[in-house]
Design a protein. Sequence first.
Length: 196
Amino acid sequence: MQRLLHGTSVLRTRRCRASYGILCDKIYDRVKHEARKSYKNPADDKKYVEGHIQWFIKKGDVISEDARIRRELSRIASFGNQETAWEDTIVTSNIHRDCLPQYSNQGDARRVCKILSKADPDALATRRKYWFGKKFLYVKYDILAFVGQDNIRFETKVNGEKVGEGQTAQVPWEYIGDDELTASNDVKDGVLRGDI
């Protein structure tokens, strides 16, 4: 009744029973990624490994219903292929927060949501690999996660303008009391702190 009349839940804080992260490519490091397959991106001529996970909510985090979680990511493109549409993938894991998988093919990591985005070509900036090196196109963008009553909704923004969206299916929350929230240091002013 509270939600129907006022658009809010009586229990506005909750503890996440799973972890959620974003898949991204990471620049290849010969020591850290010795056993992983790499690829060379023709746009900037650098080696990358696919499927790295950036965790933005970890199992056990205490989050308020109106929390907004933000991650900044980037994309590159060659001048020959100025593709301004892309896809981000959200993954989840139920493993303990201190043992979370680093890559999408490890542990119990599974994909739960895709965010399709398309930016204006004018949003791409020109960068160089090095001073006299090859030029490539580059864009920074934000992924915002909005915690709902039973899911997490996502938006991607470039220069403050929404360019994509998506949402998870049902998210398992564990509701907590005010006494637990007061004792927790994970949330302040409705914003999750930590790895953000």
